[in-house]
Ligand binder design. Structure first.
Ligand SMILES: Nc1ncnc2c1ncn2[C@@H]1O[C@H](COP(=O)(O)OP(=O)(O)OP(=O)(O)O)[C@@H](O)[C@H]1O
Length: 229
């Protein structure tokens, strides 16, 4: 794995909000199939780093590439197409559309890419099954438990077969048992498909599912250690 070119490559990223340097010279690579946990105290820049890597926030300075594409100079339209096609996202709260069923929520990223309804829903049903929540397909997000909703959100992040999944505190709203279940299913799925994961978490039990931890403090990376899988 180490011989391959990284999927994402960040060099000396800087991002400042007013007087606050949220990122103060961050360099890191993410390779295919790798699960990287980004840890560190509140306000240390974890979410800003993830949002830069995902092409959501544009750094003020530095170099950032996804495969052969320069994410700093890419237009907003190119960056948003890249997010839709190549990346998946799981957040702590509220990413499911309340008016749609769980099946329709998972099918949505495919529909936005022009996949026909029948095909999109067939693929969505497959992912609900993989995440062990096939039984909630016809329910709306408000009718399912927090753990089920988060598994639906993981299914939605994976349905487009992304190269990288970005997960920001994906288990933060769950009890530890449900959190472990979400992480176990997520890591099993990505290991089979070779998807990389960038995971922001405060919880060591969640970071334990990663291959590598990056620890941030004051907008800089403090340590980056390999983990035993
Ligand atoms: N949109 C924004 N506007 C202004 N300041 C921001 C913005 N986003 C982040 N910051 C500031 O940048 C710094 C890093 O924030 P960031 O959210 O990246 O940290 P974090 O490590 O993810 O924190 P937490 O664990 O609390 O989510 C903080 O000082 C924060 O207040």
């Amino acid at each position: 794995m180490t011989g391959e070119a990284p999927l994402l490559s960040a060099r000396d990223l800087h991002k400042t909000y007013g007087p606050t340097p949220a990122l103060d010279g961050v360099s890191m690579d993410v390779r295919a199939g790798e699960i990287v946990a980004v840890m560190g105290p509140s306000g240390s820049g974890k979410s800003t780093l993830m949002h830069c890597l995902a092409g959501i926030v544009r750094p003020d300075a530095g170099e950032l590439r996804y495969r052969d594409r320069n994410l700093i100079t890419a237009s907003d339209a190119e960056r948003s197409a890249l997010r839709r096609r190549e990346f998946g996202f799981v957040f702590q709260f509220g990413q499911l559309v309340p008016e749609l069923t769980c099946l329709e929520n998972v099918a949505l990223p495919l529909r936005m890419e022009g996949v026909r309804r029948g095909e999109a829903e067939r693929r969505a049903a497959h992912w609900l099954d993989r995440l062990d929540v096939a039984d909630v397909a016809g329910k709306r997000p408000g009718q399912v438990s927090g753990g089920q909703g988060q598994r639906v959100a993981v299914a939605r992040a994976l349905v487009t077969d992304p190269a990288v999944v970005f997960a920001d505190e994906p288990t933060g709203a769950l009890d530890s048992l449900n959190g472990e279940l979400v992480m176990r299913l997520l890591t099993e799925c990505v290991e089979q498909s070779g998807t990389a994961v960038v995971l922001v978490t405060h919880e060591p039990a969640v970071a334990a599912y990663s291959h590598r931890e990056v620890v941030m403090r004051d907008g800089r990376i403090r340590t980056s250690a390999g983990m035993v899988q």
